[in-house]
Design a binder for this molecule. Structure first.
Ligand code: NAD
Length: 422
């Protein structure tokens, strides 16, 4: 990526995905033909979604589903509802899912979906009608053997239940394995809600071993106190980590001795904000990101670490809970600073791993207890961390490049073995 591009270009998700891909493909000596195949999304669909609004008007929304790769198994990836969804973004996210599933070696390809809408301005009924019509529009593409959607930004277990029901009405029988992230009553898996945060903690524990650090002496800053960040904070605090700051969109809280995370969660639930918490002091959210700490977990949103601020980071380990929190240019700055990066496609893969467990359980009609889910998750995350970190040290590349190389190699091997159907 040229160093002269604007900050806006630097934040383009497709460009970021392409830069990481090219870097790994070059180091793997992948031939041009395979590069072309691996880069091109296998299938894309754009659908117009007419929805009757509550006031009687008819509105038409636009939705996408992209299957980037189905070489190693059915497509897998979330569906997001947001006003700024674009085909470029959905494509980039779908390719990320391909590499993420490959890096943890679960038998899925990569896919993603999105609808351009503002769910905050829509009623429950409007959202349900939108979801059902979108599902009908992409129905040829999805299915337990084809492509399995999941929640993403602004979609949740309730939306998954509507998708499952719409699909079931079309095929004529209940098909729980068509989506993951479902309510427990409809075939959801135990441990799914905590899975991404738990995965972040597991890989952080593995990284700490490399620095001879114990959780009790490890200071952590977490950005985002939602599903990923909140769960990571809760589980890490239970494990003895000192969470010195939680950063949210409107400010941060700080306590040098470690925040009481359960009390902070209660405070946030009661007041609607983490600010004003008696067990810590409010600080500026920008300042909090640059506090001296052992582990920084960006778990909020993309592009928060850029060429403009990467030099100011003051952590030893960066565990990327969010998708794409670091731009490709910032990667180079982090490498110069010697920060040990656990890249997103590995660090936050706990979620898709337990989604895979959900799909397996649904297909078997046989459900596991939480201990079994957690121990299988740990086995996969530890194994994947080791595979990436040792690949990186053996080939003298940073962890992100190593993760992409491991993933690209697995997908390319699957494609070579399948051969070209012509
Ligand atoms: P979420 O909506 O539950 O939580 C996000 C939190 O971040 C919210 O509390 C929000 O207020 C806060 N936030 C938003 N913008 C912020 C900003 N600029 N600064 C500080 N805080 C900010 O979302 P989530 O499910 O926790 O997902 C977070 C990230 O992790 C996303 O990038 C998502 O794609 C990724 N991810 C999520 C999962 C999952 O299982 N939920 C799995 C893999 C990756």
């Amino acid at each position: 990526m040229p160093a002269t591009i604007s900050l806006e270009q630097e934040k383009n998700p497709w460009l970021a995905a392409e830069t990481r891909f090219d870097n790994a493909a070059r180091k793997l000596n992948l031939d041009d033909g395979m590069r072309k195949v691996l880069k091109s999304p296998a299938r894309e669909i754009t659908v117009s979604i007419p929805v009757q609004l509550d006031d009687g008007r008819l509105e038409v929304f636009t939705g996408y589903r992209v299957q980037h790769s189905i070489a190693r198994g059915p497509g897998k990836g979330g569906i997001r509802y947001a006003p700024d969804v674009s085909l470029d973004e959905v494509r980039a996210l779908a390719s990320w899912m391909t590499w993420k599933c490959a890096v943890v070696n679960i038998p899925f390809g990569g896919a993603k979906g999105g609808v351009i809408c503002d769910p905050k301005l829509m009623s429950n009924g409007e959202l349900e009608r939108l979801t059902r019509r979108y599902t009908a529009g992409i129905i040829e593409m999805i299915g337990p053997e084809r492509d399995i959607p999941a929640p993403d930004m602004n979609t949740d277990d309730r939306v998954m239940a509507w998708i499952m029901d719409t699909y079931a009405m079309h095929v004529g029988h209940a098909t729980t394995a068509v989506v993951t992230g479902k309510p427990m009553e409809l075939g959801g898996s135990r441990g799914r809600k905590e899975a991404t945060g738990r995965g972040c903690m597991i890989v952080t524990l593995e990284a700490l071993k490399r620095f001879g650090l114990k959780p009790e002496e490890t200071k952590v800053v977490i950005q985002g106190f939602g599903n990923v960040g909140g769960m990571a904070a809760r589980l890490m605090a239970k494990r003895g980590f000192r969470i010195i700051s939680i950063v949210e969109y409107n400010g941060a809280v700080y306590n040098a001795n470690g925040l009481d995370i359960e009390a902070l969660m209660r405070h946030r639930n009661e007041t609607g904000t983490i600010l004003g918490f008696a067990g810590g002091e409010d600080i500026d959210r920008r300042e909090a990101m640059f506090l001296r700490c052992d582990v920084l977990v960006p778990a909020a949103t993309e592009n928060v670490i850029t060429s403009e601020n990467a030099a100011k980071l003051n952590c030893t380990i960066l565990c990327e809970g969010a998708n794409g929190p670091t731009t490709a240019i910032a990667d180079e700055i982090l490498a110069d600073k010697g920060i040990f990066v656990i890249p997103d496609i590995l660090a936050n893969a706990g979620g898709v791993t337990v989604s895979y467990f959900e799909w397996v359980q649904d297909r078997q009609g046989f459900f596991w207890n939480e201990d079994l889910v957690n121990s299988r998750l740990e086995e996969i995350m530890v194994g994947s961390f080791d595979a990436v970190a040792s690949y990186g040290s053996n080939h003298k590349v940073d962890n992100r490049t190593a993760a992409y190389m491991v993933a690209l190699d697995r997908v390319a091997s699957a494609m070579r073995l399948r051969g070209l159907y012509a």
